[in-house]
Design a protein around this ligand. Structure first.
Ligand SMILES: [Zn+2]
Length: 338
């Protein structure tokens, strides 16, 4: 009989015997066991509560942060800290990581747990750690029309202005006043200072390439390459989050010397070329179209970030309906996101 068995035997003996000393001997042991169980219960509960609190906080923080991605990683970070704090986890307990391509946010929250009666049982303080991730799909196209529309709640099947124009000015007889190129003179209503929604894609500085991008979508310098046998460094690929220069002005007419009818209005001829390129039978409509028809265009949805730059926040697919000559506006029916 080893020592432990011997001790166990003695306890039983004491319990069975009518010796009040047993109570004295047993009391500290039982108290320890009871306290131990109590501490275990409390500590499990405590850990569970902290765990749940951290989980709620990191979920809320990641969800709030991802709303700003991929456009603004700094906002994403700020939102994450803000929502962690709103859920009771201060910044010093929170770590936010954003992926290099700004598509994913990871929020980690940690908290030390001082266990109940930890000292008594020799348990060291614990650390509860929770993390949550949220990501956005980065959308890319190599087929964008050279226009930017501002974000709104686009409804499928509704028509939208894809390139702004303005209201004509009428003469005393109620006829629109025309300029020397026979274009109506507009009471201009730009989206921003001298900006009517045209974008200047890299490598597409020439006006004819703006027109080409309406017809074919932005192809980098492909349009130029086909005409001049030049190749350039531009891929034509645009992604959500990209910053693009605006192309100021109405794009309505050339400055000097109209060479041919195509050059009188870049937007108008671009739209007409795209619409005219539909050779499907029956002709495509917004309700019934062939997916790769040139009338189906991808338009960047943008927000202005400076006087002459916008950032792409998404892409919309539109069916190119018409160019309204009088107002110099291009219209398209929203087909859905891209
Ligand atoms: Zn078609």
């Amino acid at each position: 009989m080893d020592r432990n068995q011997n001790r166990l035997f003695r306890w039983f003996w004491l319990l069975n015997g009518d010796d009040t000393g047993a109570t004295l001997v047993l009391f500290p042991i039982l108290l320890t066991i009871i306290l131990g169980l109590l501490a275990l219960g409390i500590n499990v509960g405590l850990t569970y509560i902290i765990d749940a609190k951290l989980a709620t906080a990191v979920d809320a923080a990641a969800f709030a942060g991802v709303q700003a991605l991929p456009v603004s990683p700094s906002d994403a970070e700020a939102y994450a800290y803000e929502y962690a704090a709103k859920n009771g986890i201060p910044a010093e307990n929170v770590e936010v990581e954003i992926s290099d391509d700004n598509s994913e946010i990871k929020v980690i929250a940690t908290k030390d747990v001082d266990y109940f009666l930890a000292g008594l049982f020799g348990i060291s303080p614990g650390l509860v750690r929770k993390e949550a991730r949220a990501s956005v799909k980065i959308t890319t196209t190599n087929d964008a029309a050279p226009w930017g529309v501002l974000p709104e709640d686009f409804d499928k099947g509704e028509e939208y202005v894809l390139k702004e124009g303005g209201e004509p000015i009428y003469d005393g007889d109620g006829d629109p006043i025309k300029d020397s190129d026979n274009n109506p003179v507009l009471d201009e209503t730009p989206l921003a200072e001298d900006w009517f929604g045209a974008l200047l894609f890299p490598g597409n500085e020439e006006d004819c390439m703006y027109r080409g991008a309406i017809r074919f979508g932005y192809q980098g310098q492909l349009i130029k390459a086909s005409r001049y046998s030049e190749s350039g460094p531009y891929t034509g690929i645009l992604s959500v989050g990209d910053v693009v220069k605006i192309r100021p002005g109405l794009m309505a007419r050339t400055e000097q010397g109209v060479k041919d009818p195509w050059d009188t209005d870049w937007s108008h001829t671009g739209v007409n070329l795209a619409i005219g390129a539909c050779n499907h039978t029956p002709p495509c409509t917004a309700d019934n179209y062939v997916e790769d028809c040139l009338r189906v265009i991808i338009v960047p949805i943008v927000e202005m970030i400076s006087d002459d730059e916008v950032r792409i926040v998404g892409f919309g697919r539109f069916f190119l309906e018409e160019f309204d000559e009088l107002h110099h506006r291009a219209w398209g029916t929203y087909l859905g996101g891209y």
